[in-house]
Structure formats: C-alpha cells, structure tokens
Design a protein around this ligand. Structure first.
Ligand code: NAP
Length: 254
C-alpha cells in the first residue's frame, strides 16, 4: 500500500509508544521511514527497536523546541529521501505538576511549555515538511477526548489537544491546495510512558473499558492501522478530521 513512499515519524520513545505501533503498520505496508528521537537519551531505544526489523531507517535527533534541530532534520530527510509522503506527529509534553490538581492553578510556564511542544509543533513540523511533499502528502497527529470534554487530571494537556485539533483543521485548509491532507486521531487511553504522567491513569483505563461500546481498551496497533489508512490513498478524500479510535467511547451519553 505504501511501496516507494517515504515518511517521518516523531515520537518513538520505546516499544509501547503509539508512534512505534504506527511505524510497524507503515513499515509493514512497504514505507521507508525516518525516525526522530529527543536527545541522545532515547537514541539507543530507537536504534534498538529499528535495528532488527527496520534496518536502513534514517534516525535523527530532534527536539521540537530547538528550531535549528528541526531545520537540520528536514534538510537531512530531503537529502536522503528526496521526497516526503507522510509525517506522523506523535509527541506531547506537559510538566508533571500541571497534570495534578486543578487546571485553575496551571502556571504560565507550564501552559506555554505544554502548548509549545504538544500543539505548536504541528504547524512547525508541517511547515518544514510541506516543501518536501512534492507529490501531495499526509500529516497525522495524535489527540485525545480531553480536547473536548473535561477529563479529571488531563488539565492543560486537554487545552493543548484542543489547539492541536483546531490546528489540524486550519492546516488542512492551508495545505489542501497542495494535495497535502492533515488529520488527527483521537485515541482511547493506552498504557505508555507519557500516559504514566496523567494522574490516576489506571482508573481512566478501567472506566473506558467498562463504558466503551466494545467493552475494552484500544490497542496501539489499532491506532497504527488507522494512521496507515490516513497515510494511504484509501483515505484520499479525508482531511481536517478528527477520527476516533477509542472503541466507541466518545459516542456514549448516559
Ligand atoms: P510516548 O511513548 O511517551 O510518546 C511521546 C513522545 O513525545 C516521546 O517520544 C517524547 O520524547 C516526545 N516528546 C516530548 N517532548 C518532545 C520534544 N520537545 N521534542 C520532540 N519529542 C518530544 O507516549 P504516547 O502515549 O505514545 O504519546 C504519543 C502521542 O499520543 C501524544 O501526542 C499523546 O498525547 C497521544 N495520545 C496518547 C494517548 C495515551 O493514552 N497514551 C491517548 C491519546 C493520545 P521524550 O520521552 O523524550 O519526552
């Protein structure tokens, strides 16, 4: 499905990362992949994951708060791949203290940091990727239901996800004339490194599994498969959307 297609994936921290499940789906469909990791700390993880199953992948260090690293990343991707067909944005961050207690108490620093890394990075990366998407393209980011409804403890991250989802729509309009599609996946809760930062995450998992129509939690591979759909021509008429991959949780009322 993605033979002769090139993509870049932001956000593989370890084997539990949604980005890694997405990489497996995309690689399985024949895509050639570049991975970015944040600092040398995570380099070994990404090297270890890709060494056996995806040799020849391009691995690049990129902290989105450092514009020089972003510029360098896309320069190298352009040099190595020539053309880029898709970008997976699977990164988010909020200071630990902002994910506890009341949203009311969010500090200016925590708000700006969370919004910078989790939301501003989408237009930032889209702007850098678009010139390489010379044959059209697909950009996919990861959101959560806390963007639209209050989820206790999600706090500033919910506000950042609302900005991310809105950015998805504005970018879809900007990039549509270049046949570049931009979509968000709203994933149900999945046990990952980032998820551990959300207070009482295990209660959230139990609650979702009990209330979702499918009566279970979603698997990262199901999110990865949806990202594959969004990166393939099968979804050629879809842009600016938030697609729920949450076992149906969001449709429930009482
Ligand atoms: P994860 O494995 O911890 O991935 C988050 C990634 O963001 C990590 O690779 C992290 O790197 C990276 N990141 C943080 N700050 C960065 C920066 N300044 N520059 C570049 N990368 C940075 O957790 P995940 O759950 O798979 O999260 C992936 C995405 O899915 C996030 O957008 C998250 O909000 C979203 N999501 C998650 C869930 C869930 O329940 N897990 C549900 C819905 C949506 P470091 O480890 O170095 O910080």
């Amino acid at each position: 499905m993605l033979k002769n297609k090139n993509g870049i994936i932001f956000g593989v921290a370890n084997k539990r990362s949604i980005a890694w499940a997405t990489a497996q789906a995309l690689h399985g469909a024949g895509a050639r992949l570049a991975f970015t990791y944040q600092g040398e700390r995570l380099k070994e993880n990404v090297e270890g994951l890709t060494a056996d199953s995806m040799p020849g992948s391009l691995l690049l260090s990129c902290d989105v708060t450092n514009q020089d690293e972003v510029d360098q990343t896309f320069k190298l991707v352009g040099k190595e791949f020539g053309r880029l067909d898709f970008l997976i944005h699977s990164i988010a961050f909020a200071p630990r203290e902002a994910l506890d207690g009341e949203y009311l108490d969010t500090s200016r620093e925590a708000f700006l940091k969370a919004l910078e890394i989790s939301a501003y990075s989408l237009p930032q990366l889209a702007r850098a990727a678009a010139p390489l998407m010379t044959d059209g393209g697909s950009i996919v980011c990861m959101s959560y239901y806390g963007a639209e409804k209050v989820v206790a403890g999600y706090n500033v991250m919910g506000v950042a996800k609302a900005a991310l989802e809105s950015s998805t729509r504005y970018l879809a309009n900007d990039l549509g004339p270049r046949n570049i599609r931009v979509n968000a996946i709203s994933a149900g809760p999945i046990q990952t490194l980032s998820a551990r930062g959300v207070s009482d995450f295990s209660t959230m998992l139990k609650h979702h599994a009990a209330r979702a129509p499918l009566r279970r939690n979603v698997a990262a591979s199901e999110v990865g498969n949806t990202a594959l759909f969004l990166c393939s021509s099968m979804s050629s008429g879809i842009t600016g959307e938030v697609i729920y991959v949450d076992c149906g949780y969001n449709v429930m009322g009482v």
